[in-house]
Design a protein around this ligand. Sequence first.
Ligand SMILES: Cc1cc2nc3c(=O)[nH]c(=O)nc-3n(C[C@H](O)[C@H](O)[C@H](O)COP(=O)(O)OP(=O)(O)OC[C@H]3O[C@@H](n4cnc5c(N)ncnc54)[C@H](O)[C@@H]3O)c2cc1C
Length: 212
Amino acid sequence: MNVYLVEAPPFPEMLCGAAAAVCTNSKNTERALKHAMESGHTSVLEHAVFTFKVEGLSRAALAQLTRHRLASFDVQSQRYVRIHGIDLVMPENIRKSEFYEEAGSLLEDVMNLYQRMVDAGIPCEDARYVTPQADPTTLYMTMNARELLHFFSLRTCNRAQWEIRQLADEMLTLCKQSAQIIFENAGPGCVCGHCQEKKPCGHPRRKGEWDG
Ligand SMILES: Cc1cc2nc3c(=O)[nH]c(=O)nc-3n(C[C@H](O)[C@H](O)[C@H](O)COP(=O)(O)OP(=O)(O)OC[C@H]3O[C@@H](n4cnc5c(N)ncnc54)[C@H](O)[C@@H]3O)c2cc1C
């Protein structure tokens, strides 16, 4: 999987800090931002939006990602773009198991069937019904900083599924490089507060794990 931060405000913290400073008539934007974040006045974070490009995310993970409603998505079409069936996403648990070869050969058969159907004139939008969840896709996604903090709290948690957690980890690394103050305490409950999981994983993640 490749994750790129395509665009972010040049100074996200000055932008959000300026919004916070308006509220309290403050001259110090950094202090106003920190004060707003500490007091839960996180709407100031909505002014900073971050756009990512993601390549090689499976359709299985895409279904989870697009559950996040306060985000904008554009995803490569399976109606208009022919699937090539290369670089299918294979979980480590299958890769290391006795089912690996069988799974690989099944996926190959399915992708061959897809190609033959498209060659025979069946539209891509119909032929795709036989394609696997392992199929990798490319997408653009935009979230504001407030939604990103929420997304990271859910998806960097060890309880999140491995592929979306890998995506969230990479996004958090990029966000920290762009806005250290905003994302300083981002992460799952064990990092930024207390774990709210009913069944904690027992392996709390460490603060700073995303600092790259
Ligand atoms: C570990 C894990 C397991 C999961 N398992 C399942 C599962 O088995 N089945 C399943 O269907 N989903 C599952 N999900 C998805 C989950 O239920 C959420 O749909 C997903 O995490 C998006 O979270 P969200 O709604 O908080 O975030 P967003 O959609 O990004 O929304 C952000 C916040 O905005 C507010 N908000 C947004 N829309 C509304 C609204 N309409 N009304 C009120 N407030 C709103 C809420 O405060 C919300 O937390 C799972 C998620 C995780 C992290």
